[in-house]
Design a protein around this ligand. Structure first.
Ligand SMILES: NC(=O)c1ccc[n+]([C@@H]2O[C@H](COP(=O)([O-])OP(=O)(O)OC[C@H]3O[C@@H](n4cnc5c(N)ncnc54)[C@H](O)[C@@H]3O)[C@@H](O)[C@H]2O)c1
Length: 281
């Protein structure tokens, strides 16, 4: 049986680890050719070895427009066009109290988390117009829907990514280009420990601590996995979602269903770190 993405070409930024890597793996299993752009090789080389001729990796920092343009150009020249762009690269951005923010770090955070996505749209749309259509997906976050549970600038950028997906959907519909965002809840990846500034040695226990804590506050008390997001990205990339555009789909175990309900994940960053330290004492 043909896969759901047979014959399609996808570019995934931040595709060498976590959510992006799980998505690259699934897209390949469903028949797509996949070009991964990332700062690191991570798991990409294993995927290339397992999928000869259908998977590539190129160093790309979404902070730099030339890198993003070159990544998309490489997908077009290697695989013949672009059908799916997954703007997924990200990190926790700058942390700290609002009145003590370092504005250079703020610029970098916005550069990766928002400008990097806009840059993907700019070059991805041009390629999709050449192809005659496509699907653009971006990883936003529930932090872009509910305030206070993640670093301030990160949350602000993710809210903007949601609005970008909605607004661009209107402009792009006449070109058969769909534009959607995915809003993950807490997903057990390396981003969590980095976003909270936790040391390398505490990273693994912190991820487990935070994921369990988040799970307890969700309607579905499971620990979110990269595959949960990859499955949603597959839906948005495939023709199964041909009637879906301008949406931000929360994949969060029901966390964002009722923001009025108080639960652990909405605590300020400092309170989460305090609770983690107390759990280790
Ligand atoms: N893990 C979560 O709980 C969670 C929740 C909501 C949203 N997200 C979002 O999901 C996306 C993927 O995160 P993840 O959890 O898989 O994290 P991760 O750290 O496991 O993977 C992120 C990947 O992006 C790459 N990357 C970082 N900065 C980059 C840049 N400037 N240019 C190119 N690549 C870059 C990293 O090298 C890494 O391979 C991010 O946008 C993140 O904000 C994650």
């Amino acid at each position: 049986m043909a896969g759901q993405l047979e014959g399609k070409v996808a570019v995934i930024t931040g595709g060498a680890a976590g959510i992006g890597l799980a998505t690259a793996k699934l897209f390949l299993a469903e028949g797509a050719s996949v070009m991964i752009g990332d700062l690191q090789e991570g798991g990409a080389m294993d995927l290339i070895a397992l999928n000869p001729g259908r998977c590539g990796w190129q160093r790309a920092d979404v902070l730099h427009e030339d890198d993003v343009a070159a990544l998309i150009a490489e997908a077009e020249s290697r695989f013949g066009g672009l059908d799916v762009l997954y703007n997924n690269a990200g990190y926790g951005g700058t942390i700290g109290a609002v009145d003590a923010l370092n504005l250079e770090s703020v610029d970098r955070s916005i550069g990766v988390l928002l400008r990097g996505v806009i840059c993907g749209y700019k070059h991805g749309v041009a390629a999709m117009k050449r192809r005659g259509g496509g699907s653009i997906i971006s990883t936003a976050s529930v932090a872009g829907i509910i305030g206070g549970g993640a670093p301030l600038i990160y949350s602000t950028c993710k809210a903007a990514v949601i609005h970008l997906a909605r607004s661009a959907a209107v402009e792009l519909a006449p070109f058969d280009i769909r534009s959607n965002a995915i809003c993950p809840g807490t997903i057990a990846t390396q981003l969590l420990s980095r976003a909270f500034g936790v040391s390398k040695e505490d990273a693994e226990p912190f991820r487990a601590f935070l994921a369990q804590r988040a799970a307890a506050g969700q309607r579905i008390p499971l620990v979110g996995q990269p595959d949960d997001i990859a499955n949603t990205a597959l839906f948005l990339a495939s023709d199964a979602s041909a009637f879906v555009t301008g949406q931000a789909i929360a994949v969060d175990g029901g966390y964002a269903v009722n923001p009025a309900v108080d639960h652990g994940q909405r605590e300020a960053v400092a309170e989460v770190l305090k609770a983690f330290r107390a759990s280790r004492a």
